[in-house]
Design a protein. Structure first.
Length: 256
């Protein structure tokens, strides 16, 4: 208990709290998808309407940008971004190997579960790229961020990328306006751009607001469980995906 209490007291609780709320929203979103996909074959009207609703599409983008923004704050506070990025990248490779292997099993014959480019890969690549520029001054870091914005807007004005083969799918790791999930190519997907930009902006924000004043508001006891989730976001993210898959696949097999 003492170690847990010390973690709550010593860490920047605002960051853990914000991340905790974000991962709760992700869990709720994935819960809806898992119930609809595994139990109803994506045919339950209410759950399906939520999944394609404007509300969810807007909220998803806000949560993704907010999540990458907090990752940028963590990058500024981290002692070794190259190590963090490399470890997360290795985890992404393991997830890719595992999901592509499971896709070959008969029980997943009619379901696309393979994953090779999702939020975890985007975070790992963004951290590794940021580590190259982390020693720059604030002004120069803004210039790098501006360059990333120009790259993205240039792509927006250029020909759209479609996922029709392996090479185009590799391209879509960087940019994409066509969702490979809808094409039945992968089970989860997120391109590097524009979300890497949010990480860089978060890093600059942290330099300004967390350099001298590490806490923006006072800690409260009610924050502890949410901050716990925020401290262990990676574990919570991977664990809830595995648990939801096992539980709702089992329930789906029973009710069918």
């Amino acid at each position: 208990m003492k170690k847990k209490s010390e973690a709550f007291e010593k860490r920047i609780h605002e960051l853990d709290l914000f991340r905790g709320f974000l991962i709760l929203l992700v869990i709720i979103d994935h819960l809806v998808w898992s119930i609809n996909f595994y139990c109803f074959n994506s045919a339950q009207p209410f759950l399906s309407s939520y999944w394609t609703s404007t509300f969810r599409l807007v909220m998803r983008q806000l949560v993704l940008f907010a999540f990458m923004f907090t990752c940028g704050i963590s990058c500024t506070l981290s002692r070794n971004n190259k190590k963090r990025g490399a470890i997360l990248f290795a985890i992404c490779i393991l997830i890719t190997i595992a999901t592509y292997s499971l896709q070959l099993l008969p029980m997943f014959n009619n379901r696309v579960i393979k994953i090779d480019c999702n939020i975890l890969l985007v975070i790992s690549l963004s951290i590794l790229i940021y580590s190259v520029f982390q020693h720059l001054s604030n002004k120069n870091l803004w210039l790098v961020t501006g360059a990333l914005m120009l790259i993205y807007f240039f792509v927006l004005l250029s020909q759209r990328i479609t996922v029709t083969n392996e090479f185009n799918h590799f391209q879509s790791i960087l940019f994409s306006h066509v969702d490979p999930i809808k094409n039945g190519y992968v089970a989860d997907y997120l391109p590097l751009f524009p979300y890497i930009i949010a990480l860089f902006i978060g890093a600059i924000f942290a330099r300004k607001f967390f350099a001298k004043t590490p806490h923006l508001f006072k800690k409260r006891d009610w924050e502890r469980p949410i901050c716990f989730l925020g401290r262990h976001t990676l574990i919570v993210y991977i664990a809830h995906e595995i648990i939801f898959t096992i539980v709702f696949m089992g329930i789906g097999a029973i009710i069918k």
